[in-house]
Design a protein around this ligand. Structure first.
Ligand code: C2O
Ligand code: CU
Ligand code: CU
Length: 453
């Protein structure tokens, strides 16, 4: 049982300046919750922020009532009920639950992995995450614990975001002004999403981490609103270290996959082992973003401070419980185009030509059915399904790429691409979502209902 108060706080992120934040428990990222597979927990959220909020556990296999549907609001004190909701269209009274605190119950009957919780309020998710409403939730189990992977202080969760700051240290978001309450969505110039020029890892700008000359397990989350990264680990003498991927969004791979360059889209998680044992003591390994330029090329650095014993290992077989759905298992194929289009008199981002409407039913699927979904993109869209993990079947009609391995809950569609995924809709019945996880696209209506019956 956990209690989390959502409240305003400030932090010294840039030296000598105070940055006001919206937080879970006063920090950004929020407190990391660690739990065991199959051991249910309840998290009570109390909203002391000036706006309504919604909490979603991303990657959680969660009953619909606790999944954080975008209109299941936790209201702040004194919020006028009449203005609770300004939607894109109609407002579904069934969905609206309004209270000052809310218990979210998570059965956590799922593969161990790195999850994250974040705000999910309809039309306002992007500014809420930008202001700080995100935190980690790690699920573990005995099988994973016994693999011998780097652990303890050699297991590092890395929450990577970009942010823009005003001169006074406050966060700069194009729609962060007093009229935010009344004006849903994101202004048009930010169609591609909102980017920042400061990279934060676990809330600190370009941190330098002192490391032993051993293996480290890096559990990477891209919690950025819109920025994509291509990570590489480069030594001072210009060598690129292997990034040995051991897990994806939904837990361990079957076998490790070695990358030199690791693309990571918003909301994706990559579980990676790097080995600093060949790096000279006193020198650095920089984690760089190949897609960045200038200040956004640097992410963080490790200083290899000392030689040390290392009894960790990367077993050649990491897991044997990955689903093996085949195309022939599928009851059908659905196709969704993720494209820009006109809405509310301006531009929005649409799925199948339609903006999100909580009152419309988009996909109805039967509990237990396997389906293939064909996802088509105009520009870059990281597509996320709630409740289920899926496997990538193909990209552009060709086999998936190395970083598509394993069980995922978010897949990066690159410009012009068609990606096929396969999943089984099991776990719980109820109303869930799928959407683009570019947070601005999500707020500009690139979201749809997924009803499991
Ligand atoms: Cu990470 Cu629907 O969200
Ligand atoms: Cu989610
Ligand atoms: Cu998108």
């Amino acid at each position: 049982r956990y209690e989390i108060t959502q409240r305003e706080a400030s932090a010294e992120i840039l030296p000598g300046l105070k940055t006001p934040l919206w937080t879970y428990e006063g920090t950004f990222p929020g407190p990391t919750i660690e739990s065991r597979r199959g051991r249910p927990i309840t998290v009570t959220h109390r909203n002391e922020l000036p706006v309504p909020t919604v909490v979603h556990l991303h990657g959680g296999r969660t009953p619909a009532a606790s999944d954080g549907y975008p209109t299941d609001l936790v209201l702040p004190e004194g919020w006028p009920r009449a203005t609770v909701h300004h939607g894109h269209g109609m407002h579904d009274p069934r969905a609206v639950v309004t209270q000052l605190t809310r218990d979210y119950t998570f059965p956590l009957d799922q593969r161990p992995t790195l999850l994250w919780y974040h705000d999910h309020r309809m039309d306002f998710t992007a500014p809420a995450i930008w202001r700080g409403l995100a935190g980690l939730h790690i699920v573990r189990d005995g099988a994973e614990d016994s693999l011998g992977l780097p652990a303890g202080r050699r297991e590092l969760p890395l929450v990577i975001v970009d942010r823009a700051f005003a001169a006074d240290g406050s966060l700069d978001y194009p729609a962060l002004d007093p009229t935010l309450r009344e004006r849903p969505g994101v202004p048009e110039p930010y169609l591609a999403g909102v980017l920042g020029d400061v990279i934060l890892v676990n809330g600190a700008p370009w941190p330098v981490h002192e490391a032993d000359a051993t293996r480290y397990r890096l559990r990477i989350l891209n919690a950025s609103n819109a920025r994509h990264y291509e990570l590489e680990a480069v030594t001072d003498d210009g060598r690129r270290l292997d990034l040995v991927q051991i897990g994806a969004d939904q837990g361990l791979l079957a076998t490790p996959v070695t990358h030199r360059l690791l693309p990571i889209a918003p909301a994706e998680r990559y579980d990676v082992v790097v080995d600093f044992s060949g790096v000279p003591v006193g020198s650095r390994v920089r984690l760089l973003n190949r897609l960045g330029s200038g200040r956004t090329r640097d992410v963080m650095a490790f200083v290899v401070a000392r030689k040390a014993a290392d009894d960790s290992r990367i077993p050649p077989i990491l897991s044997t419980d990955l689903p093996t759905w085949r195309r022939t298992d599928a009851v059908g194929v659905r196709e969704f185009a993720f494209r820009t289009g006109r809405m509310r008199g301006g531009h929005g981002w649409l799925i199948g030509g339609q903006p999100f409407d909580p009152a419309r039913s988009d996909v109805t699927t039967r509990l237990g059915d396997v389906e293939v979904w064909r996802l088509i993109a105009d520009v870059h869209h990281p597509v996320h399904l709630h409740l289920v993990g899926f496997r990538v079947l193909s990209r552009r009609g060709r086999p998936p790429l190395p970083h598509d391995a394993g069980l995922k809950d978010t897949v990066s569609l690159r410009p012009g691409e068609a990606v096929e995924i396969i999943t089984r809709f099991d776990g719980y019945r109820g109303r869930y979502l799928f959407h683009c996880h570019n947070a601005e696209h999500e707020d500009m209506a690139m979201m749809a209902n997924l009803e499991i019956v």
